[in-house]
Design a binder for this molecule. Structure first.
Ligand code: NAP
Length: 313
């Protein structure tokens, strides 16, 4: 296969590039700063020579978007929105202009589109879209607004020969340096991997191997289109999630943190507490219905596998 991955230089792109190149497929990455073979320059907002890479490609997987691990200032939120909406728009234009358009366009979205809730899991059919939950900071609504605008942009693209799938991905857990697992494990190793603000908020996650397998599955399955949750079937409260991570590493203590302590930590890490405090309870309804099976469905085993990979390097 030939795959084009706009925004493929980051955490998720590195995982997909490694897996698909390793399996003998041809992968082209679009980036604002090409540095290696197989990387083409683009600006994420205007058509250019890069669009020729779409001609005859089998699949496009668009991952472009400003990192969400930042302070949610008005300028950063606007950048998060624009980088996603404009890159999705121009990817749609490139697909529409291709003489031989790709068969499928997998567009990154996010599990954050669902409401902050504890009572029941969100699947694609019955899940509650967020944005007007009571008792959450008002600015959390903006992340949902970004996710909706992101999906809307793909939906409205005029690409009749290309199947469109929106990937509502949960946190992707891989042993790579700088990834979310690496950050959480470092906290745990420092003795800081305890419950945050009580720890009842759910963590949804997916192991990198299952992310790759789900992407392969969605490329192959011509009958699947629209939003698909990419999350392991067993999300768990943050308190239990961190306890299992500590146990996988062999760290007996994990100091609890209050909301205010989390706020100070997030400030120090130039990140935002929404990433820690929003309850993301998301399950892969459509993948399971379609017969997809997870290699790492449960967190304790997945965490052990990731820790072993880190210890082995
Ligand atoms: N990692 C996760 O757990 C996770 C979970 C759910 C959803 N997602 C979403 O999946 C996508 C990829 O995630 P990731 O973790 O790989 O993110 P990442 O490491 O931040 O990489 C995103 C890529 O987007 C490109 N980019 C950044 N700002 C841009 C802009 N203004 N215009 C065009 N391109 C821009 C960057 O490529 P260049 O700098 O090379 O141009 C970067 O490599 C993101 O949209 C993220 O929100 C990630």
């Amino acid at each position: 296969m030939k795959l084009v991955i706009p925004g493929g230089t980051g955490q998720v792109g590195t995982i997909l590039d490694r897996a698909f190149t390793g399996a003998g497929h041809e992968v082209v990455v679009l980036t604002r700063r090409p540095a290696r073979d197989r990387e083409l320059p683009w600006d994420g907002r205007t058509l250019g020579p890069w669009a020729e890479a779409f001609d005859g490609a089998d699949a496009v997987v668009n991952l472009a978007g400003r990192s969400v691990s930042c302070r949610y200032t008005p300028a950063n939120l606007q950048d998060m929105m624009d980088s996603r909406v404009l890159s999705t728009r121009v990817v749609g234009e490139a697909i529409a202009a291709a003489a031989r358009p790709p068969r499928v366009w997998l567009q990154m979205s996010t599990a954050t589109i669902y409401a902050h809730r504890f009572d029941a899991p969100n699947d694609e059919a019955t899940g509650v879209i967020g944005g007007d939950e009571p008792d959450v900071p008002r600015y959390w609504e903006y992340s949902v607004r970004i996710a909706k605008a992101w999906e809307r942009e793909q939906k409205r693209a005029a690409t009749p020969s290309t199947r469109k799938v929106a990937l509502r991905a949960a946190m992707v857990m891989s042993p790579d340096r700088g990834g979310v697992f690496d950050v959480l494990l470092r906290m745990a190793r420092l003795g800081l991997g305890g419950p945050v603000a009580g720890g009842a908020q759910y963590m949804s996650w997916i192991h990198e191997r299952d992310l790759v397998r789900a992407v392969e599955f969605l490329i192959d399955r011509d009958d699947l289109a629209g939003p698909v949750n990419l999350a392991a079937p067993a999300p768990l409260p943050q308190r239990a999630f961190m306890r299992e991570l500590r146990s996988a590493w062999g760290m007996p203590v994990g100091l609890p943190a209050t909301k205010w302590m989390a706020e100070i930590g997030a400030l120090a890490l130039r990140s935002d507490t929404e990433l820690l405090l929003k309850s993301r309870r998301v399950v892969p309804g459509r993948l399971l219905d379609a017969g997809f099976t997870f290699t790492h469905p449960e967190w304790p085993e997945a965490a052990t596998d990731l820790v072993q990979q880190i210890r082995a390097r």
